[in-house]
Structure formats: structure tokens, C-alpha cells
Design a protein around this ligand. Structure first.
Ligand code: PMP
Length: 418
């Protein structure tokens, strides 16, 4: 195996694993090699502490509270929104709606923007590489409105077929919803170009950023998109918190989705009126501690530096692609020209689930299955893949452990080493 050595790690990154307490715990009496970061990332102590400190020192319900603690909690929640705003380079904090995550953010747009506006003859365009979260909400709203769902195909390498896009985008297209980075293949899509093409036919563009925000800087204004969704837990933040960015004019023109406390201005039995955005879309007590934790995660990521993270993860990807690709019987799925740190693969004669189980015994955590992208798996004629996905704390030793464990699985299946 002659994989190229990775360029010396950035000093901040070389120390990063120590920031994540869980990485120090052995799993099955072995060093934990955590390569399931596309499913969820581990949390640095700074995030764990931020949530715990909130509960210890500042916990109260937000808004309308006359007492000191409630005002303190409200300030922290509002500050978290501004933190996300600056991270996404949104023009104003009102453009950030806190949600449970990417899935809820997409459903919000489906129900609050699409549902009242689209009807028979209208089209929503998605791509073949979408996560179910960016397919099913549109299927539901198509059933509700009579609109039609169209799909941009993907080529053998796992890239969008951009020539087909021209034929699919047309005057009937009202929304083009696509992923920034494919969770199953790692393909990075040309977001600004796709947004430009959607706008050229008068359609809006929604970007699923679940797999992008932790790995590269995102500037929603530079991308030009209308909506951008992401989850905190894939960004070293807590579960149960995420955000929808929406252009102010669009959010402001949208009616509410869920009803309840906090999203109203007045309530009468004859009819109610709605709060301004973003509160209009945040019915009920939100995940206040989660928002505080998300802000801490953004602080952490920015202290390490997104540029350094991107360079490091690309080096890991290049190294792993070469090292795993050199193992006979390994087939890489997804070889796009532009990829993020996700490596999907098959090992001849071993079902991905069996492979995942054997790797687990070796202390290597990967994911096996369809990765919530069944249409994409069908496109490749496979039931699923094994997937290793990288984060800022992974290193060469993790890749060596992955490759060694794959070789061990092959030996076991050949009947050697029993
Ligand atoms: N889109 C993509 C591309 C994803 O990878 C995921 C999570 N695997 C989601 C959407 C859904 O994210 P969540 O479950 O946090 O809502």
C-alpha cells in the first residue's frame, strides 16, 4: 500500500481529538475509531459544557418573562441566532429560524411556502442523490397540492447530469431542492451555478446543507440561495437543534406552519394573528439549551478554522481513497471530481452490514446501508454501501485502522484467520 502521506497536520487540528471526551473512551476494549461523522459528529467539551452551564446557571423559558432568569435565557437564545446568522453570512438574524434540524427545516418550507402556492401543473425539482429528508416532504406536498416531482439524474461517478438539468428546469418549475454535499457519495454540488439556473427560470432554490456546514465555509448570500437547511448535530453541536435560513422577503410572506405559543401576536376565537418572523415559525418552547450549544459549536469550529478543517479532511479523503482503493476486491462508489470527506465502498463477497459488524469488533465505527438515499442506491443497482466519513479529529491512524479492519474482514470471509 503506497498511499501518499498526508501533509503535516495543522497544530490546532493535531490537538483536536483531545477536545472530544468520547474519543478517549475505549470501545470493545480498543481505541475508538469513529468514522460515522456523516450520521452525527462527536461533541467537544466546550459544547457539552455550554449546555450544562446553561442548565446550571441560566435555565428559564424565554420571551415575555419578567424575571431576571427569563431575560437571561432570552438573551442567550437571541445571541445564538445571531451567531448562526454570522456563521451563514445571512443579512439579518430574522432570516434564521431555529428548527429541530434539516428535516424539520425542509418540511417547514414544504408546508409554509409550497403548500399554499403550488397546484396542478407546477413542478418541484430534486436530484437523484437526495437524502429521504429532501424527497419525502416534497412527495407529501405534491400529494397535497397536485404538483409534480421531477428528478435530475446522476452519472456513474455520482455527479449531477447538468445537461439533463436544462431540459428539466422550465417555466413550471417553482422550486429546485438539492443537496450541497451528498451524504451517501460525498459529491459536492456546484451550488451557486445550480441556484443561478433555478433563478433563470423563475424558480426558488433550497439547499440541503446537512453535510456541508461542518466541512467548508458557507455564505448564503454569495451562493444566492433562497433557503438553506442544516442540523446542529452534524456540526459538533447538540441533537434536536438546527436552522433554516430563508431570505427575509420570502419568510415574511409566508404564513405559519405549526400553531401554538410564541408564534402568535393575538389569539381570539374569531381568529388569530401571527408574530413577525422568525418567531412565526417557532411555535412552542424551543430547544433553548440546544441553541446555546449550537452557538458554542460554531465558536469551536471557527476557533479551529473552517479553512484548516477543509484542507485536513480533503487530505484524509485522498489518503483513504488511495489506501482503500488499493485493496483488491474493494469498489468505491462515488468518484466525483469534487468530493467532501465521505467514502462509500463495497467489498466483493461481503454484505455491507456484515462488513460494518466485523469493523465494529475491531473498534472501527462506520455506517452500512442505504444511508437514507434509496433512490440513489437503486440508481447504482446496489442495496447499500459501507461508508466511512471524516471529521476534523480523524487522522492517518484512523484510516490505517479502517484499511486493516477491511483486510481482516476479507480474511475472515475467505476462511483464513479463524
Ligand atoms: N440531508 C442530508 C444530506 C443528510 O445527510 C441528513 C442526515 N443524515 C439529513 C438531510 C437529515 O438530517 P437530520 O436527520 O438531522 O434532520
Amino acid at each position: 500500500m503506497n498511499a501518499p502521506a498526508i501533509a503535516p497536520l495543522d497544530p490546532a487540528l493535531a490537538r483536536a481529538a483531545a477536545d472530544f471526551p468520547i474519543l478517549a473512551r475505549p470501545v470493545r476494549k480498543r481505541r475508538l475509531v469513529y468514522l460515522d461523522n456523516a450520521a452525527t459528529t462527536q461533541k467537544p467539551a466546550a459544547v457539552i459544557e455550554a449546555e450544562a452551564t446553561f442548565y446550571r446557571e441560566s435555565n428559564a423559558n424565554i420571551h415575555r418573562g419578567v424575571h431576571w432568569l427569563s431575560q437571561r435565557a432570552t438573551e442567550l437564545y437571541d445571541a445564538a441566532r445571531e451567531r448562526v446568522q454570522h456563521f451563514m453570512h445571512a443579512a439579518r438574524p430574522e432570516e434564521i429560524v431555529f428548527t429541530r434540524g434539516t428535516t424539520e427545516a425542509i418540511n417547514l418550507v414544504a408546508q409554509a411556502w409550497v403548500r399554499p402556492r403550488l397546484g396542478p401543473g407546477d413542478e418541484i425539482l430534486v436530484t437523484c442523490m437526495e437524502h429521504h429528508s429532501n424527497i419525502v416532504p416534497w412527495q407529501l406536498v405534491c400529494e397535497q397540492t397536485g404538483a409534480t416531482l421531477k428528478v435530475v439524474p446522476v452519472d456513474e461517478r455520482g455527479q449531477l447530469e447538468l445537461e439533463a438539468l436544462d431540459a428539466l428546469l422550465g417555466p413550471r418549475t417553482r422550486l429546485f431542492a438539492f443537496t450541497h454535499v451528498s451524504n451517501a457519495l460525498g459529491t459536492v454540488n456546484p451550488v451557486a451555478e445550480l441556484v443561478r439556473r433555478a433563478h433563470a427560470v423563475g424558480a426558488l432554490a433550497l439547499v440541503d446543507g446537512a453535510q456541508a456546514v461542518a466541512h467548508q465555509a458557507v455564505d448564503v448570500q454569495a451562493l444566492g440561495c433562497d433557503f438553506y437547511a442544516f442540523s446542529g448535530h452534524k456540526l459538533y453541536g447538540p441533537t434536536g437543534i438546527g436552522a433554516l435560513y430563508g431570505r427575509f422577503e420570502l419568510l415574511d410572506a409566508m404564513g405559519p406552519w405549526q400553531g401554538g405559543g410564541d408564534m402568535i401576536r393575538t389569539v381570539r376565537f374569531e381568529g388569530s394573528t401571527w408574530a413577525d418572523v422568525p418567531q412565526r415559525f417557532e411555535a412552542g418552547t424551543p430547544n433553548i439549551a440546544g441553541a446555546v450549544g449550537l452557538a458554542a459549536a460554531i465558536d469551536y469550529i471557527e476557533s479551529v478554522g473552517l479553512e484548516a478543517i477543509a484542507v485536513h479532511e480533503h487530505a484524509l479523503l485522498a489518503h483513504a481513497t488511495e489506501a482503500l482503493g488499493a485493496v483488491s476486491g474493494v469498489r468505491l462508489i462515488g468518484t466525483a471530481a469534487h468530493k467532501a470527506g465521505i467514502l462509500s465502498f463495497l467489498v466483493e463477497g461481503i454484505h455491507p452490514h456484515d462488513l460494518g459488524t466485523i469493523l465494529d469488533v475491531e473498534g472501527v465505527a462506520i455506517r452500512a446501508g442505504h444511508h437514507c438515499a434509496m433512490p440513489l442506491m437503486n440508481r447504482f443497482g446496489i442495496p447499500g454501501t459501507a461508508r466511512a466519513s471524516f471529521a476534523l479529529y480523524n487522522d492517518e491512524a484512523d484510516i490505517a485502522a479502517l484499511v486493516a479492519a477491511v483486510r481482516k474482514a476479507q480474511q475472515l470471509f475467505r476462511g483464513e484467520g479463524r
